[in-house]
Design a protein. Structure first.
Length: 294
C-alpha cells in the first residue's frame, strides 16, 4: 500500500488533535481515565499587578508543574514556596499522590530539592553547556503542609485561557533567553495518509534550543507492524538535524513502546514509578551528533 508522508510546520490545534486524541484514547483503554485538568495560580501585588504564577495539570495520579515564574523584584518573599504548597494541596484534593516538574540548572533546582523533590532524570547539554533536570516528590513526604509565608494576593484559575497561560509563560521564556540565548521554539507535525487520503498515523514534535522533543507518536492499529513508526522517527531525526538539533528525546509508558525506541538507539535517562498506577513512564534520549570539542 502506498502511504503519503507530509510535513506540517506550525500545525493548527485541529491538526495536533488528530494525533493526540487517538493516542489519549489508546492510553485510557490501557490504564483508565487520565482525568486531565489544567489549572493556574496567579500572584498579585497590592496594586493588583501580576508578579508571579504557576501553571500545572493532573494526569492519572500524577500532578505536573509545567511553569512557575516570579518577578525578580518579588523573589525571596516565600512566594515560590507558597505556590508549590498550594499546588501540592490541590494535587491531593484531586486524588494525586505524586507531583513532578522539570527545571534547568540556571533556574532553581536547589529550591525544589529543599522542598523534598528528588532528581529522577537529567539531560546534559540542554541548552548547550547546561542541564535540564527532572524532579519528583511523593506527596505526604513533607513540605506541602507548611503555612502561608507571604502576604501577597493569590488567586486560583481552573482551566486557564491561552491568554492567562501566556502571562506566566512569556516572562519565564524571557528570563530563560536572558540567561542562555533564544529558545528558537518551533512545532512540527508529520502526517501519514493512506491511498484514499485517510490519516493513519502521525508524529508531533518541537525544537527547543539544541534539542528536539517527540511529543506524540501514533499509528492506527490496522497499520502497525508495517514500519510506519520507524519511518516517522527516521524523518523526525532528519528534521531535528535540519533544524540544528543535536539530540532527540521523548517519553513513553511501559504499555506503549519503550522497547521500540531502544531498538532505534534511544537510552533511558529517567523513569517515574506508578504512573499511571501499576505502570511506569520512561524518559529516553538519543544523541544525533557529538558535541563540538566534547
Amino acid at each position: 500500500m502506498e502511504l503519503a508522508y507530509t510535513l506540517q510546520p506550525e500545525p493548527t490545534p485541529e491538526e495536533r488533535y488528530r494525533i493526540i486524541d487517538p493516542l489519549i484514547a489508546y492510553n485510557e483503554a490501557q490504564a483508565g481515565p487520565r482525568n486531565s485538568k489544567e489549572f493556574a495560580f496567579f500572584v498579585r501585588s497590592e496594586t493588583t499587578e501580576l508578579v508571579g504564577g504557576l501553571l500545572g495539570s493532573t494526569h492519572f495520579n500524577h500532578f505536573f508543574v509545567s511553569a512557575i515564574f516570579i518577578d525578580q523584584e518579588f523573589r525571596r518573599e516565600g512566594i515560590g514556596r507558597e505556590l508549590i504548597r498550594r499546588a501540592a494541596a490541590l494535587a491531593l484534593e484531586r486524588g494525586c499522590d505524586t507531583i513532578y516538574l522539570d527545571t534547568f540548572d540556571f533556574q532553581a533546582p536547589g529550591f525544589y530539592e529543599k522542598l523534598g523533590f528528588k532528581v529522577f532524570g537529567a539531560l546534559n547539554d540542554y541548552p548547550t553547556g547546561h542541564w535540564r533536570l527532572y524532579l519528583v516528590k511523593r506527596l505526604g513526604a513533607g513540605g506541602e503542609a507548611q503555612g502561608r509565608t507571604t502576604k501577597r494576593n493569590f488567586t486560583f484559575q481552573p482551566e486557564p485561557t491561552p491568554e492567562e497561560r501566556k502571562r506566566i509563560i512569556a516572562p519565564l521564556v524571557a528570563y530563560n533567553e536572558a540567561q542562555v540565548g533564544p529558545e528558537n521554539w518551533r512545532e512540527f507535525a508529520l502526517f501519514v495518509r493512506s491511498e484514499i487520503g485517510e490519516p493513519v498515523a502521525g508524529l508531533l514534535g518541537f525544537k527547543h534550543w539544541n534539542h528536539f522533543f517527540v511529543a506524540a507518536l501514533y499509528v492506527e492499529q490496522l497499520f502497525r507492524k508495517e514500519g510506519i513508526g520507524r519511518e516517522l522517527m527516521k524523518r523526525a531525526e532528519a528534521l531535528a538535524l535540519e533544524q540544528g538539533c543535536d539530540v532527540v528525546y521523548l517519553d513513553t509508558f511501559d504499555y506503549q513502546a519503550p522497547g521500540f525506541y531502544e531498538k532505534l538507539g534511544f537510552k533511558v535517562f529517567g523513569r517515574l514509578e506508578d504512573y499511571p498506577p501499576g505502570h511506569r513512564r520512561f524518559y529516553l534520549v538519543k544523541r544525533l551528533r557529538s558535541v563540538p570539542n566534547g
